[in-house]
Design a protein around this ligand. Structure first.
Ligand SMILES: [Zn+2]
Ligand SMILES: [Zn+2]
Length: 248
C-alpha cells in the first residue's frame, strides 16, 4: 500500500525533472501561484529547450538563422493553399526526448509539461491566430488511435483552443484509413500516400471559417498540406497551421 501512496505522491508532486530525472527546480516551469507543485524540469533541460525564438519566415515559420533565411518554403510548394504555419520548438534534443516519452512512455505524467510548452508557444504566436474561428487536430486513423490510446495532435489542439479561447472541433476532420509514416517515404510518394485519407464530417460547421489545424511535429509539411486541402475543399475560408515542433 505504501508504494501506491508514494507513486501517487510523485505523480502529483514531481520533485524530479520529467526528462532527465535530476532534481527539478527551473522556476520557469513551475506552476505559478502554487507552492504545492514542484517544478517540471531541471534548470539544464529548461535551458536546453530549442524554442523557435528569433525571426521566422512570415509564411511557413521557418527560423531565419542567417541573414538570407533561404529555404524551400513549404508555402510556395505543396502547401501554397495554406495561409501560414507556426511552430513552437525545433524537434531536437530535449524536445525530441519530451515528445518521444509523451507518446510512448509517460502519457499522463508529461501532460502538464506539454500543456506548458503549448502555452509558451502560443504566447509567441497568438497574434497570428486572432482571426481563427475553429480549431482542429490532424486526426489519427481509428486503428492507430486504438493502438496508442490517444491522439497527441488533439491534446495540443485542445490546449491551443483553451489558450486562445476558440472552439475545438474534435470530429470535424477524420482520417479514414491508415497510411505509412510520411517521414519514411520519398518526396514523390508523400502526396499520393495521403490522397483521400482525410475527410470532413460536418462541412456546414466549416463553411466560411478560418481554421487552425494543429499537429505535434511538422516534418515536410505534406500532412498539413493534405489535411488543409480537404478543409478548404469542404468550404473553409482559410487554413492556418500550428505544430508544437518542427524538423528542419
Ligand atoms: Zn532535466
Ligand atoms: Zn517559408
Amino acid at each position: 500500500m505504501n508504494h501506491v501512496w508514494s507513486t501517487l505522491g510523485s505523480l502529483l508532486f514531481p520533485r524530479r525533472c520529467l526528462i532527465c530525472d535530476q532534481p527539478a527546480g527551473s522556476p520557469f516551469f513551475s506552476f505559478p501561484g502554487s507552492s504545492i507543485y514542484a517544478s517540471l524540469l531541471c534548470v539544464d533541460c529548461a535551458a536546453g529547450l530549442p524554442a523557435i525564438a528569433g525571426p521566422v519566415c512570415t509564411k511557413c515559420g521557418y527560423p531565419q538563422t542567417d541573414k538570407t533565411g533561404e529555404h524551400d518554403c513549404v508555402l510556395q510548394e505543396l502547401g501554397r493553399h495554406l495561409e501560414l504555419i507556426r511552430s513552437g520548438y525545433l524537434y531536437e534534443g530535449v524536445m525530441m526526448e519530451t515528445i518521444h516519452r509523451w507518446k510512448y512512455q509517460q502519457r499522463h505524467l508529461l501532460l502538464p509539461l506539454i500543456q506548458k510548452l503549448v502555452d509558451r508557444a502560443m504566447d509567441r504566436w497568438k497574434d497570428d491566430f486572432l482571426d481563427v474561428d475553429v480549431i482542429v487536430a490532424v486526426p489519427l486513423a481509428a486503428a492507430d488511435w486504438r493502438a496508442r490510446g490517444f491522439n497527441q495532435a488533439l491534446v495540443i489542439a485542445g490546449r491551443g483552443a483553451f489558450y486562445l479561447g476558440k472552439p475545438l472541433r474534435r470530429r470535424l476532420l477524420i482520417k479514414t484509413r491508415r497510411t505509412p509514416k510520411q517521414a519514411r517515404l520519398h518526396r514523390s510518394s508523400r502526396t499520393t500516400n495521403l490522397a483521400g485519407a482525410f475527410q470532413v464530417n460536418r462541412p456546414r460547421d466549416l463553411v466560411g471559417k478560418t481554421v487552425l489545424l494543429c499537429d505535434d511535429v511538422m516534418t515536410t509539411g505534406s500532412t498539413l498540406a493534405a489535411a488543409g486541402n480537404v478543409l478548404l475543399q469542404a468550404g473553409a475560408k482559410a487554413v492556418k497551421c500550428f505544430t508544437l515542433c518542427r524538423v528542419l
